[in-house]
Ligand binder design. Sequence first.
Ligand code: FES
Ligand code: FE2
Length: 467
Amino acid sequence: MNKPEKIVSPELSEALVYPVDAFISREYAELEPERLWSKVWQQAGRVEELKDVGDYITYNICHDSILIVRDTPTSLKAFHNVCPHRGRRLVGDNTGGGPKTVAQDTGSHSARGSKLKFGCNYHAWTFGLDGAAIYIPDEEDWNGALNAGCTSLTPVQVDTWGGWIWINMDLEAGPLKDYLEPINTLIDPFEFDKMRYRFRFWGIFDCNWKVALEAFLEPYHVQGTHPQLIKYGDFYSFSKSFGLHGQTGFDSKAHRDVGTAVDTSVHRAAGDGDPRVTIAQMQAEYWETIGASTSETLVRTAQRLPEVLPEGTPAGEVHKRWLEMAQAEDAARGVEWPQLSDAQIAAAGLALSVFPNVNFIPGPTFSLAYRVRPYGTDPDKCIFEAVALDRFPEGEEPETEWVYVEQDLDKWPYVIAQDISNMVEVHRGYKSRGFKGNLPNPWQERKVTNLHYNLAKYMGIGAPQPL
Ligand code: FES
Ligand SMILES: [Fe+2]
């Protein structure tokens, strides 16, 4: 094999196998909140959800719920969403958190609202935006024993990057930016912070969260799962580990070690046909069957390529002209593109994952992002989310809400439904007595192996072993 060492992380480059415990073991799932989720930075929302002082959202993970609030025009605070008096959840319902005895399926995705103080519905203890108790009925009954330490909301670390809000329950955890490296450095040029939600879908699926996340971590599955996309070119890809995180990008079997913006970005001019036509067709199909991973402007301008460029225009030139046309159209409607060099687009690759549960597809004016969480500590269920970010003219950003979409293949965008179609079947397969352990592709699925390699570091079990 002629593999270029430049883009191969030596780590995890051998053939490895890992067991199914991380997916189906109840003991493993019960250990996750303590060993994993209480220690990692997690993407918990978007900054634009908290515009004004007092705006709040909740983020639920396993049995924990986190309350995130804008406490000043320039800062956020986060707390465990639990009343220190006798433990009532302070705001919202239990979807995605709470014990299994609470009916969750009909609950909302999360709580959202605006308050300058948070009053508990049980005995009316009330808390300010700094988490301190500002009203305790009949406080004198405690004879002075209460203090700020026991009556305040329990703080959680909160920070922002890329327009996303991130939380960490571990107050000793290092800074978010250190945790995210090098993903933040690679994505910063795309200015995610200037994008806004275009849609946000969520569902409760009958599979472990890792099964659902891994359905999006590698393009190795395209030939089997999305055969209709193969006509646009080879989806052969490299897969890298970046410490905790990972990256995939288009590759060739000759393993070119220097990618270009054309052949490493999601917009590559793919396939053997006339690139003016294949780009136009591929964009139209993406829009119809994914509804994301591109933008309306990119799709529309791609349709004009066969008219405005002469036959025989090289793929790289078609790609360049197309992006220039789209950028000019966007500028005319008040949407500024970031100054992205070809090298920056190439460096970002196709998709980047942030440990443990987020995957981004970056684009100059869009991102398609997946986040998957456990459902309580049930190993057989998860909360799956797919969101599209886009750029809008100032003042024309749409107001979006979380839209619940059932685990019904007809209800999801076609390509995402194709991915979902594997999830329950993989989860079932992991329970088969005949399954001997995962055999990830050492070149194309290293992002998946890397997830398990790092999960094992936190969990203390389940490390990939040499095959
Ligand atoms: S549990 Fe919240 S005031 Fe009593
Ligand atoms: Fe897929």
